[in-house]
Design a protein around this ligand. Structure first.
Ligand code: NAI
Ligand code: MG
Length: 379
């Protein structure tokens, strides 16, 4: 048995978030059984539109104290746009977690899985396998600015980009360390220093400076416009991409485009990470609450389940530096097994098991349970 218990706050949210979450938890429990991890789950109904309708707020007053007691937050999806405006539901909950828990890394693996049809021609599983690292707290997404002379010919709007040395360096350090642990040891930086002539040259300067600490990592940079073209035309592991790092805005775009290049949004996971471990990190599927298919039981649970193994990869990463937690939680094996289990189930390509977004006619339950029992087979 593991020596310590990992405490996980479960927040299903709205729509398909509530449908995929049970399978995420069951698969984690299966991994815990198979690998002797000690996990403790507690479920919360806040940060959802249902909670909002009842209380007029997305979160209870004591949300921060409540969640601070957990090691990680496992989040489904939020949003009921027909009932609550999206900016209210997103800013009132999930975005507060990201900012107030200083989850300054947004980490998204882009990996072509077996059995998933790639929207790009001629790619096989294994051909695409890289990580996007996005700055998650500053940059272009600042609230500095304003609007004056509204409704007149002189109407003027300004919004400033904020880059701090602390903010830029910490995301770069994380990306370089991730690249250093990967076999190919390659980092790509997203820039636009030809057009954005103050902040982006600064970003480039910090990349150069940080690179001098990691002489074994090969570095290149591309302007964001051609970089997006490369994602589509040559995302392959043997051509360029391994770890790609970008500012808040560029990272946002790349971290949707990357997973989109590997097939359905239904399988993509995302980590919002506070690497300092001062606050809990948050793990979620990339997709939203999908009101168009909510209630039908056909949502793909893989994004939810695989974000478990992002949890595990992340723990694994910290262990790499700190050594002890790997043995502590046995996470390295559990994460690998979970990913293998998903790959095996998808590779079988059974129409009754695969959900509609992957070309099958299976249900959330059928796919979720198939993965769960595959994980248990590692016991
Ligand atoms: P969405 O990701 O919910 O849906 C986009 C499309 O992908 C839909 O056609 C949906 O059916 C499909 N899809 C998504 N996940 C799927 C899955 N697991 N299996 C099969 N098909 C899947 O994005 P959309 O429609 O832009 O937003 C809907 C709501 O979700 C909005 O309220 C939005 O604000 C919220 N949202 C929340 C996010 C979060 O909680 N992190 C992220 C993105 C959107
Ligand atoms: Mg986005």
């Amino acid at each position: 048995m593991a020596a310590a218990t990992l405490k996980i706050a479960v927040i299903p949210g709205d729509g398909i978030g509530t449908e995929v979450m049970p399978y995420g938890v069951r698969c984690l429990q299966a991994a815990a059984q198979a690998f002797g991890l000690a996990l403790h789950f507690e479920t919360f109904d806040f940060a959802s539109c249902v909670f909002y309708q009842e209380h007029g707020e997305m979160l209870p007053l004591d949300w921060k104290d409540t969640l601070l007691k957990f090691d990680a937050i496992y989040f489904g999806a939020v949003g009921m746009p027909a009932l609550v405006p999206d900016h209210v539901s997103l800013w009132g909950g999930l975005l507060k977690f990201r900012r107030e828990f200083d989850q300054y890394i947004n980490l998204r693996p882009c990996r072509l899985m077996p059995g998933v049809r790639c929207p790009l021609a001629g790619r096989q599983p294994g051909d695409i396998d890289f990580w996007v690292v996005r700055e998650n707290t500053e940059g272009e997404y600042s609230s500095i600015g304003g609007k004056i002379f509204e409704g007149t010919d002189r109407e003027t709007v300004i919004q400033e980009t904020v880059m701090t040395r602390t903010g830029v360096d910490r995301v770069l350090r994380y990306a370089f360390e991730l690249a250093q642990r990967r076999p190919r040891k390659h980092l790509t930086s997203a820039t636009k220093s030809n057009g954005i002539s103050i902040t982006m040259p600064y970003w480039d300067e910090r990349v150069r400076e940080m690179a001098s600490n990691y002489p074994d990592v090969a570095v290149d940079k591309y302007h964001i416009d051609i970089l997006t073209a490369h994602f589509v035309q040559k995302p392959d592991v043997h051509v360029i991409f391994d770890v790609v790092v970008g500012s808040n805005l560029f990272g946002d775009i790349l971290s949707d485009l990357g997973p989109a290049c590997t097939g359905t949004i239904g399988i993509a996971p995302s980590g919002n990470i506070n690497p300092d471990k001062k606050f809990p990190s948050l793990f979620e599927p990339v997709h939203g609450s999908a009101p168009d298919i909510a209630g039908k039981g056909i949502a793909n649970p893989v994004g939810m389940i695989v974000s478990n193994s992002v949890i595990s990869f992340e723990e694994d990463k910290s262990v790499w530096a700190g050594q002890m937690m790997l043995q502590h939680f046995g996470f390295h094996d559990a994460a690998g097994a979970m990913l293998q289990a998903i790959e095996r189930v998808l590779a079988r390509g059974e129409a009754e098991v695969l959900t509609a977004d992957m070309g099958g006619k299976g249900t959330t339950k059928a796919l979720g349970e198939a993965i769960e029992s595959e994980i248990l087979s590692f016991k």
